[in-house]
Ligand binder design. Structure first.
Ligand code: NAP
Length: 315
């Protein structure tokens, strides 16, 4: 039997072991599993004080409106672009996310995509696997990371973890963001100028309205035909039709992408580009990191019900 009478709506579940832990402590309502969601909600809406979701699924705004006593949303993931934070704040609903615990795996993925793109890993794998190596000899030469300029769009927790890996690889670091940070890297308040300066543009800022299509045709043109884009932030930050055109037309040299518009229904145009390395939004997708993220959801709820405080609040 749950030890608490608190009713929690599950919009998107976290890891199974952590769901079991929540079920032992609270009364869970599995909205995610309900066939008729409105009918399901009608009987319980008044009792819901807390909600669990994941960054990819977010929380539909009309659902928040249907929960008159909702006080807290705990989201699994750092990005909260799929939750209307302004509407939550206006209603006094507190929102938590799971920052920091995923920095290392996401930054490792960013570097993995950077190297895989510059060094043509997927093409090389196919070259060896298909027998072209034995039939045709060595594959074409690739490009070094060492000595290149890495322009980071959004030097936050993850952006800084990426920079700290790229520096010992011999890369020079620059960044763009709303604010200059107390770091020694080259800062540019103009994104086009940063793209012009950079050999590799690394996207690690939040998604949402403020950054929508920020990496557009002009930015890609400034990056230039020897330039590369790596995106581990959100698909929405890049104008995808412009990126696919730039990859096809040689406006830029290549791209490494973990995130896309309309996931998981990625634009198939990317699959036709040989100069792109694709990863299915899996930058934090390790057992260790996903467990740590799930634990933060559990801990945020525990802290909220014990003291009315969140350990990682967004608003
Ligand atoms: P963070 O610490 O809040 O850093 C975000 C950075 O972006 C800050 O340096 C901020 O700097 C900058 N920024 C914010 N708004 C901006 C804007 N309008 N234009 C330009 N720069 C802006 O967040 P984080 O923990 O590093 O996470 C960053 C993002 O990575 C998340 O929001 C999430 O979407 C994404 N992410 C993806 C994965 C994945 O699996 N691929 C996993 C985790 C996170 P200023 O304030 O100076 O602008």
């Amino acid at each position: 039997m749950p030890v608490s009478e608190s009713h929690i709506l599950v919009v998107s579940p976290i890891r199974p072991r952590h769901m079991d832990e929540l079920a032992a402590k609270y009364i869970l309502h599995r909205w995610d599993q309900a066939a008729d969601k409105d009918a399901f909600l009608a009987n319980i809406a008044d009792r819901i004080t807390a909600l669990v979701s994941t960054a990819g699924v977010g929380v539909p705004s009309d659902l928040i409106e249907k929960l008159p006593n909702l006080k807290v949303i705990t989201s699994f993931g750092v990005g909260y672009d799929a939750i209307d934070i302004a509407a939550c704040t206006a209603r006094g609903i507190r929102v938590s996310n799971t920052p920091d615990v995923l920095n290392d795996d996401v930054a490792d993925t960013a570097i993995m995509l950077l190297l895989a793109t510059l060094r043509n890993l997927v093409v090389g794998d196919q070259w060896a696997r298909s027998g072209q190596w034995s039939e045709n000899g060595a594959m074409a030469l690739t490009t070094s990371a060492r000595g290149k300029k890495l322009g980071i769009v959004g030097l936050g927790r993850i952006g800084q973890a990426i920079a700290s890996r790229a520096v010992p690889m011999g890369m020079e670091i620059g960044y763009f963001g709303r604010n200059q940070k107390p770091v020694d890297y080259h800062y540019d308040a103009d994104l086009i100028k940063l793209a012009d300066w950079a050999d590799v543009l690394m996207i690690s800022c939040p998604g949402g309205a403020a950054t929508k299509d920020m990496i557009n045709a002009d930015v890609l043109k400034a990056l230039g035909r020897r330039g590369y884009v790596v995106n581990i932030a959100r698909g929405s930050v890049i104008d995808e039709p412009a990126l696919i055109a730039a990859l096809k037309d040689g406006v830029i040299a290549g791209a490494g992408l973990d995130v896309f518009h309309n996931e998981p229904h990625m634009d198939r145009g990317f699959a036709k580009c040989a100069n792109v390395v694709l990863y299915p939004h899996h930058a934090s997708g390790t057992v260790e990191t996903r467990d740590a993220m799930a634990q933060m959801v559990v801990d945020n709820l525990q802290s909220w019900f014990a003291s009315g405080k969140l350990i990682s609040s967004v608003n």
